[in-house]
Design a protein around this ligand. Structure first.
Ligand SMILES: [Zn+2]
Length: 171
């Protein structure tokens, strides 16, 4: 007997919630703690908070020093997202996958300073990539899927402001 397929595909529902979260960035507790007044520069990564958002660029003369949300997450070891690449295939293609992930991260981070890879670890579950934001995991998962096919599942935890992406090799 085939299982019922009434539930929405995790990938699609994840996309909807991630899109909603993107429109409502204040949901991120690390961003929402308080609004910064004036210009701020992160002493760790050099990102500049200016005109209401974190960006790369020239440090304004009057900037105060305060860690950015991404560096605070890194210091707290509290990722906003995680990508788990399951199975032996991911192990065998680890270097390629990490290279791909770093390439995607560089492109994402160039535009969005707070979207970064926090760490990459070999675990019993698979190759796990932690990120400082909820958008990069989907980008990483989709890049791996484009390169190697396989199955992608995404789960967004509204309450915890956390996204989990799981990739499994084809077959
Ligand atoms: Zn920073």
């Amino acid at each position: 007997m085939k299982p019922l397929q009434s539930a929405p595909k995790p990938e699609l529902s994840g996309r909807r919630t991630a899109d909603r979260a993107r429109r409502e960035p204040f949901l991120d507790p690390y961003q929402a703690r308080r609004k910064l007044k004036g210009s701020t520069v992160c002493p760790k990564c050099g990102a500049v908070y200016h005109r209401g958002r974190w960006q790369w660029g020239q440090r304004p003369d009057d900037a105060r020093a305060e860690p950015c949300p991404a560096c605070r997450r890194i210091a707290d070891s509290l990722p906003a997202g995680t990508v788990t690449l399951h199975g032996a295939f991911a192990q065998q293609h680890k270097d390629e996958i990490i290279g791909l992930a770093r390439h995607e991260e560089a492109a994402e981070k160039g535009e969005h300073p707070l979207n970064r890879i926090m760490g990459i670890a070999d675990t019993p579950e698979g190759l796990v990539i932690d990120t400082t934001d909820i958008h990069l995991p989907r980008r990483l998962g989709e890049a791996v899927k484009r390169a190697f096919h396989g199955k992608l599942a995404m789960h967004f935890d509204d309450a915890g402001y956390f996204v989990r992406v799981d990739w499994r090799a084809p077959g």
